[in-house]
Design a protein around this ligand. Structure first.
Ligand code: SAH
Length: 474
């Protein structure tokens, strides 16, 4: 089975950057059921074509876990169209060989990866089981011009009519990742055969690959039904989740987005390190009543609870969902009266004066300021340093200079990219200082800066902390 993708976007050879495959040579990748061969039949400034050829070894297929159901009988296991026809194995091959492009990322051409460009794709042979216009019904609503050319059952002999196989040609102006996601989902839908066991994981795959287009596709029910091989419970779940309210989706997005930042920083165990460093500063200062501003899910609170010195710990956040998660993670429903007396979670905004937050010894803002629009910072500064005015304020924020050192940072050059989609900015060390020093001066504080995490000689540490102390000469 063969997939080709061409573009006429100039310079067309940028397709190689988008696919992370050099047009000058051939590429090969072993797969559980065979191998994938990749090459560029043409690679010019005006037009470039990438070809992915998937070779299936029917014996490996039977031996491997991905073999067809045993019920099919011996002969059916070895003699079938698997080696020749595009199917779910094409999707597997796409995700194994060009996954970065499938996910919409490009190391050297991120902007192009996010730009719709003229694309043409050919997949052949594809089993298109069902009504004649099925390919058009699936791809036209997504903005493609579709040509489906049936293959005769017997070459050069009309008498036998057409086979269920077609050559599918698509053309349109879209992002390469959109094209790949459409093919990933819809080629197996055209094929409509079961080649492996379908489970919950397939629902997740369908929703992930269908993100941004499947929920509004007029054939979404048909697609979910075929993709999930009519497993009605899974189909119902997929359709319900596609139709889910915007709110639920937003929350889910939020969780995955947070997970993204944590994954990026995880090898450094950076967040733990931050929380330990902040706790130590608060302990060393002898603070007893502390407030965690933008407490999120209560991770700092958990560290603080372990220190008997803190007699009162208040967490404040604007997000009710986060506060609920904090309540769960801290097991407040089962907590003893002694713990409940020490801890309080409050719903509030940090940019408005809130008298409940006045009179504390210390305040922490861990990875919060970068979530505020820069023009809201002056409001936060007054709330924190003029009205709350605790003796100690600890602020942490990412050090943007360090981003280039994250391997998985999804961007060209990295410098323009932020660690979390909700970050409104990330500061260099100089920018953090340039914000903190005048603020300290204006409100009668001194400020000291500390790196958080291992320092790189050139780029500094991954995160940074400013410790403000009221009325102390530096
Ligand atoms: N401090 C936590 C969470 C950091 S994420 C931790 O280190 O794990 C930033 C948090 O700030 C989010 O929970 C968000 O809801 C909260 N936040 C952002 N802007 C806010 C505002 N204006 N008022 C209150 N909370 C805010």
């Amino acid at each position: 089975m063969l997939l080709t993708i061409s573009t006429t976007h100039r310079p067309a050879t940028d397709l190689g950057h988008l696919l992370h495959k050099n047009p000058d040579r051939m590429h090969e990748k072993p797969l559980a059921f065979g191998r994938a061969l990749m090459a560029y039949p043409e690679a010019g400034e005006d037009r470039c074509t990438f070809a992915l050829f998937v070779e299936v070894d029917p014996v490996a297929l039977v031996r491997g876990k991905g073999g067809p159901a045993k019920a099919g009988g011996m002969l059916d296991q070895y003699v079938n169209d698997r080696p020749y026809a595009a199917s779910s194995m094409m999707s597997v091959a796409i995700s194994r060989t060009i996954s970065t492009a499938l996910n919409g990322r490009s190391k050297d051409r991120q902007q192009l990866a996010e730009t719709p460009i003229p694309l043409q794709a050919t997949v052949t042979p594809v089993p298109a089981r069902g009504q004649e216009d099925i390919a058009a019904r699936l791809f036209e609503p997504l903005g493609y011009t579709v040509t489906a050319t049936p293959h005769p059952l017997v070459a050069d002999d009309d008498h036998w009519g057409d086979s269920p196989y077609i050559t599918l040609e698509l053309s349109g102006t879209m992002k390469l990742s959109d094209l790949l996601n459409h093919l990933y989902v819809l080629v197996p839908v055209l094929d409509n055969r079961k080649h492996y066991y379908i489970d919950q994981g397939e629902v997740e795959k369908l929703l992930a690959k269908g993100e941004g287009w499947l929920d509004s596709h007029p054939e979404r029910q048909f697609i979910a039904n075929r993709y999930l091989k009519r497993r009605s419970r899974l189909v119902r779940e997929a359709l319900a989740r596609l139709a889910d309210s915007a709110d639920a989706q937003e929350e889910l997005d939020d969780e995955t987005r947070n997970a993204g930042e944590e994954t990026l920083e995880q090898p450094l165990r950076l967040h733990d390190l931050r929380l330990q460093a902040v706790t130590k500063v608060l302990v060393d200062a002898g603070a007893r009543r502390v407030v965690d501003l933008g407490c999120g899910e209560g991770k700092l609170i958990r560290h603080l609870l372990a220190q008997k010195q803190f007699s009162e710990i208040v967490g404040v956040d604007a997000s009710l969902a986060s506060l609920e998660r904090a309540e769960q993670r801290l097991h407040l429903d089962k907590a003893s009266d002694r713990v409940l007396k020490r801890i309080k979670l409050m719903h509030g905004a940090l940019t408005y004066r809130d008298r409940r937050l006045e009179g504390f010894d210390a305040a922490a803002l861990v990875e919060v300021i970068e979530h505020l629009d820069p023009d809201r910072l002056p409001a936060l500064e007054r709330v924190m340093f003029e009205f709350m005015a605790p003796a100690l304020v600890v602020v942490t924020t990412p050090n943007r200079e360090y981003n280039v050192l994250f391997e998985d940072m999804p961007a060209s050059g990295n410098s323009g990219r932020l660690r979390h989609p909700d970050h409104r900015f990330e500061w260099t060390r100089a920018e953090f200082t340039a914000w903190a020093e005048p603020v300290a001066e204006r409100f009668g504080y001194t400020v000291n800066f500390r790196p958080l995490g291992d320092e790189d000689t050139l780029h500094g540490a991954p995160s940074q902390m400013a410790v403000f102390e009221r009325g102390r000469p530096s």
